[in-house]
Design a binder for this molecule. Sequence first.
Ligand code: SF4
Length: 257
Amino acid sequence: MKEKEDQIQSYYRALFRAWGPQHWWPAQTRFEMIVGAYLTQNTAWTNVVKALANLRRARRLSLKGIRETSLGELERMLRPSGYFRQKAMRLKSFVAFLDQQHDGSLRKLFIKPTHDLREALLSLHGIGPETADSILLYAGNHPVFVVDAYTRRILGRHGIIPEKATYEEIRELFQRALMPIADSVADSTRPEKRILAAGLPGAAHPPSAMSRAKRTALVQVYNEMHGLIVGVGKNYCRKSQPRCDECPLQKFLPVSK
Ligand code: SF4
């Protein structure tokens, strides 16, 4: 197990040195991040951007905006993101949950202990582990690692996890592995801290209010690792024909590959 943790640490260091901060999640507010987390289910981010632009143009990209928009109108604005009826209904449900159980306040929601909050989010219609953990990490600054299909694919191809590894097993592996990195980030004499502070060119997204939000070193490292993995998955570790020769993780491929 220790060997797997060391491998993940090496991946983080190699990717972060190559690309620097990824500035994920691109959003100006916590609520915008949550809307994005719902909309990105089963669709490419480029489609999410179009739906978010519709909401922003209509001045509906807020709790109040979603609350006061009719379901039909919301469906129309979310159409570019696919599954728009389902997504409109789910967003309405989230706002109702927030209104009924937390006085319509994200501050009151996110002040809850991580475990309780995760359970509450998972109980909502249309929120699975990846969406719940994205909301916890990026909007709530809770220390929870987000496992996505890219994570599973990269680790599977490198022989670090078996095909049947569960979401929770992968999440716990990453969380354990990245803790020592967070300790080194907290120590300002280490290179990670300097890179984070300086910001490097080539980041996946322009800095946003949410990507620059104040957070603990652990949350920041979970944030960066997820963003870096998305970069590998999107640009190199594609489902078919992975571009191993150009990938920053190529040197870590098992010899038999
Ligand atoms: S593209 Fe190749 S080297 Fe890069 S993560 Fe995927 S399998 Fe590994």
